[in-house]
Design a protein around this ligand. Structure first.
Ligand SMILES: *Cc1c(COP(=O)(O)O)cnc(C)c1O
Length: 258
């Protein structure tokens, strides 16, 4: 596939997804400007990411630390080179979202590059982020990942333990707790997905209502390609979308597990 054909397809997919976000917002009585589309590029090549940035996409998500750091470094370098070329036109540096499970021994590597970590699910992980962030003089925005489905194998903090963890994480000086994230249960049954997202929304409202966290607590990251409409219904301010954006585009093989 040539680069023009790829860009055309990517633009078409992007517009289609934005259209679906607008429709879902319309049904939910919400303003689409309060929903940020994060392009999850874990299956895509660097070439595709450059094309997204060229299209003006400013929120990019990765699920593995090694990929995120490598790609963020490479995109930054590409943007600096481009900024020196008067014919190329400047593009904003994208925000990088860590959406996958984060191991404590990878925290140090990801912090210089990441703009929002969606997947904090334990105090030990939060404390490591806080300690490493202090060393580089940053305050790192994070979301708490909730195990909304109650599935044993899933990551995320149990619903019953979430408010307590939110208070603890919210009090760390080098972390800014911005809200909650959850993955839908693996099912096609929309009532199960809706009730899982609804539970996360209730938890969010409880934390806000009881003022357990500060004024920065205001985000919900809910929904992927197959379920983002339900996420928007439940109040998502971030939807994390991969495969719907890359339909009809040849993708690089999935990166090796780290
Ligand atoms: C891969 C991934 C996504 C995007 O999933 P799609 O179904 O491809 O849209 C979103 N969130 C997380 C945490 C992911 O790992």
């Amino acid at each position: 596939m040539g680069s023009h054909a790829m860009k055309r397809k990517l633009t078409e997919n992007w517009k289609r997804v934005l259209g679906r976000i607008e429709e879902a917002c319309g049904r939910a009585g919400r303003n689409p400007s309060n929903v940020t589309l994060v392009a999850v590029t874990k299956y895509a090549s660097l070439d595709i990411i450059r094309t997204l940035v060229d299209m003006g996409v400013t929120h990019i998500g990765e699920s593995r630390v090694q990929e995120l750091t490598k790609r963020a470094a490479s995109i930054n370098e590409w943007l600096s080179r481009r900024a020196r070329d008067i014919n190329a036109g400047a593009k904003p540096r994208p925000n990088w979202h860590m959406v996958g499970h984060l191991q404590r021994n990878k925290v140090k590597a990801v912090l210089p590059w990441v703009d929002l970590i969606h997947s904090v699910d334990s105090l030990r992980l939060a404390e490591e982020i806080d300690a490493q962030a202090a060393k580089i003089g940053r305050v790192i925005p994070v979301l708490l990942e909730i195990n909304a489905a109650g599935e044993v194998s899933k990551q995320g903090v149990a619903v019953a333990a979430a408010t307590h963890l939110a208070e603890q994480v919210g009090s760390l000086p080098h972390i800014k707790l911005r809200g909650l994230m959850a993955m839908a249960p693996l099912t096609d049954d929309e009532s199960i997905i809706r009730s899982a997202f609804g539970r996360v929304r209730e938890l969010f409202d409880e934390i806000v209502g009881e003022r357990l966290c500060g004024p920065d607590f205001g985000d919900l990251s809910l929904g992927m390609s197959n379920d983002f409409e339900y996420g928007i219904e439940a109040g998502a301010t971030y939807v994390r979308i991969g495969s719907s954006l890359f339909q009809g585009i040849e993708l690089a093989p999935e990166p090796a597990q780290t």
